[in-house]
Write a protein that binds this ligand. Structure first.
Ligand SMILES: NC(=O)c1ccc[n+]([C@@H]2O[C@H](COP(=O)([O-])OP(=O)(O)OC[C@H]3O[C@@H](n4cnc5c(N)ncnc54)[C@H](OP(=O)(O)O)[C@@H]3O)[C@@H](O)[C@H]2O)c1
Length: 187
């Protein structure tokens, strides 16, 4: 069974997912004006969350643990989990490909992949299937980027585009390459 890997992320108009120091104060905390931006619907489709260490460390500062699905944190370093998260979070030292293999061995169907550097690593190995990117109409000028350098183009197919009253624009893309590097046909 092939596990599906999806990204659901908010980005500034100039392409950043956080300020340089990780600050997210330019983002709405959750729902805004009764609009949930499809987040709960997306979450209901996934059965596992994979995030980079930096995103995990940021989430810890939120206070209450926000996820009701199991989370794997990728890091190359030691990471001690706070008490109370041992049954909710695990630390994995795996490459993107090893991670996919491990999740498929476990029978995971659909992963929510989070964190800029982490997404970039999976993208460059053609391991991302879909990306839902919500663009926030703000320029930050500097910050942590969603995208980075690539060895080759990653072609996307736009599946859905939606704008919201507050100016957010959400685009859902399918990545047109499969894991062995061959191109998927247009739908
Ligand atoms: N705007 C949004 O919707 C959104 C969403 C998510 C996150 N964020 C923000 O983005 C910031 C974090 O993003 P980020 O780009 O700095 O990084 P990130 O992807 O969260 O974390 C990157 C780190 O994870 C570890 N890692 C990732 N893949 C690995 C692998 N295969 N093997 C071993 N280690 C791996 C490495 O840390 P080690 O040095 O430990 O190896 C790497 O430096 C936070 O401020 C977060 O709040 C924003």
């Amino acid at each position: 069974m092939t596990v599906k890997i999806s990204v659901y992320i908010a980005v500034s108009l100039d392409g950043f997912i956080a300020r340089k120091n990780g600050d997210l104060n330019w983002l709405p905390a959750g729902e805004e004006g009764g609009e949930d931006f499809g987040y709960p619907a997306f979450m209901s489709t996934i059965d596992h969350i994979v995030m980079g260490r930096n995103t995990f460390e940021k989430v810890l500062t939120f206070g209450a643990w926000p996820y009701y699905k199991k989370v794997s944190v990728l890091t190359s370093r030691e990471l001690t989990l706070p008490a109370g998260l041992a049954d909710k979070v695990e630390v994995l030292h795996l490459s993107p490909r090893e991670l996919v293999k491990e999740m498929e061995r476990r029978g995971v169907n659909h992963i929510y992949l989070d964190g800029g550097v982490t997404i970039q690593r999976f993208l460059s190995e053609s391991l991302v299937d879909e990306m839902t990117i919500t663009t926030i109409p703000v320029l930050l000028g500097d910050g942590l980027p969603l995208f980075g350098k690539l060895e080759r183009d990653v072609k996307m197919l736009l599946l859905k585009s939606q704008s919201f009253k507050n100016g957010f624009v959400q685009n859902k893309y399918k990545i047109r390459e499969n894991r062995s590097g061959t191109h998927r046909a247009f739908l």
